[in-house]
Design a protein around this ligand. Structure first.
Ligand code: PGA
Length: 252
């Protein structure tokens, strides 16, 4: 089954509104001839509506980096799925390891966030990944299995039609250490079978599984050419349009 690759940029807590619009506009110009790859950027909540306005009529999609699962209410500092959708996003990153680590997100809150996203028609990008200690203790698969099965607990196939999974080994994020081709291949194959076991063969075939963790223009081709890798979630190297375009166009 052919899955359209997705190259997604996670801008984390970088760039003011003006800087974000500037990079987004440059990127849109560089991406104008991209056809068979979906490109998405996730700026901060503050920049999101500005970036969305500047990317109207371009082929770049917008995502948020997080959401809160309640619809509205007295939740100081939080932003709902509806608000994100109304601001122009189509995607939302959920359960990034930095959120799990610094903001104590759990598989239970991740699951509620996916539900909130799906309810308003936002496409969730569920991030999963093992820490270095967990890998050394040979717990990688059990950690990933739990993150996927608990994160997706209670959903039917229809709810998850637009789900994207992002495998991001925690030890490879922002460290310059990339997982080896064999490691990535093994994990992605494992995740593909897990989706089949939990849901169905069709679902597993159609769901995109991204790799993330120190992806850069130099290693993109090696990683993206792995059979079960359907794109990348890129942090640092997505902040610069000229670098990011070389990841997006890794095949050219
Ligand atoms: P990195 O971040 O590319 O800077 O390692 C990836 C991510 O956090 O999604």
């Amino acid at each position: 089954m052919k899955r359209t690759p997705l190259i997604a940029g996670n801008w984390k807590m970088y760039k003011t509104g003006t800087e974000a619009v500037e990079t987004a506009t440059t990127l849109a110009r560089l991406c104008s001839d991209i056809k068979d790859t979906e490109v998405m950027i996730a700026p901060t909540f503050l920049s999101l509506p500005l970036v969305a306005a500047s990317l109207e009529d371009t082929n770049i999609k917008i995502g948020a980096q997080n959401l809160y699962f309640e619809k509205q209410g007295a939740f100081t500092g939080e932003v709902s799925a509806d608000m994100i959708k109304a601001a122009g996003a189509q995607y939302v990153i959920i359960g990034h390891s930095e959120r799990r680590l610094y903001f104590r997100e759990t598989d239970t809150s991740v699951c509620r966030k996916i539900k909130a996203a799906v309810e308003v028609g936002l496409k969730p990008i569920l991030c999963i990944g093992e820490s270095e200690t967990q890998r050394n203790e040979e717990k990688t698969f059990s950690v990933l299995d739990k993150q996927v099965s608990d994160g997706l607990k209670g959903f039917g196939l229809d709810d998850l039609a637009h789900l994207v999974l992002a495998y991001e080994p925690v030890w490879a994020i922002g460290t310059g250490k990339t997982a080896g081709v064999d490691q990535v291949m093994q994990v992605h194959q494992h995740l593909r079978s897990l989706l089949e076991k939990l849901f169905s063969k069709d679902f597993s075939d159609q769901t995109r599984i991204l790799y993330g963790g120190s992806v850069n223009p130099e290693n993109a081709k090696n990683l993206m050419d792995i059979e079960d890798v359907d794109g990348a979630l890129v942090g640092g190297a997505s902040l610069d349009a000229d670098k990011f375009i070389n990841i997006i166009k890794y095949n050219k």
